[in-house]
Ligand binder design. Structure first.
Ligand SMILES: [Zn+2]
Length: 131
């Protein structure tokens, strides 16, 4: 795990997830970034399995930003190992299946995005999402 006060400070040599940028993964609040390599490896694996763009709408959140957007106090987003993935351009079932195969273990089902994380195995949200 590496923490940077701002995504622009991340050395190129440290970043090895070619389909994503530090800016995309950084907090939408103060621009800080906590890099969780194992989680980013799963995200990159998911991208490669899908062979199409994966739009991350929220990844790392600094604590202030997490509170502002109504995130759970212990949200995995604060640990840098959670990603909200836009459903645009994706078949929902295929996205979920690929996310599971890529090693993600927590899933939150929403109308416009799928939350994936590396926390304890669990699911929440509208289960009709998958039917
Ligand atoms: Zn989320």
């Amino acid at each position: 795990m590496s923490f940077f006060q701002h995504w622009s400070l991340v050395p190129n040599a440290l970043w090895h997830w070619p389909d994503f940028t530090p800016r995309e993964i950084a907090s939408r609040g103060d621009g800080s970034l906590l890099i969780a390599p194992a989680a980013l490896d799963r995200l990159q694996a998911l991208r490669e399995a899908l062979r199409r763009p994966v739009i991350v709408t929220s990844a790392y959140r600094d604590p202030v930003h997490n509170a502002r957007v109504g995130g759970a106090p212990l949200s995995r987003h604060k640990s840098g190992d959670a990603f909200d993935l836009s459903l645009r351009g994706h078949d929902r079932a295929a996205l979920l299946e690929a996310a599971r195969a890529s090693g993600f273990t927590g899933f939150g089902f929403y109308s416009t995005f799928l939350h994936v994380d590396c926390g304890p195995t669990r699911e929440w949200g509208d289960k009709r999402w998958t039917s």
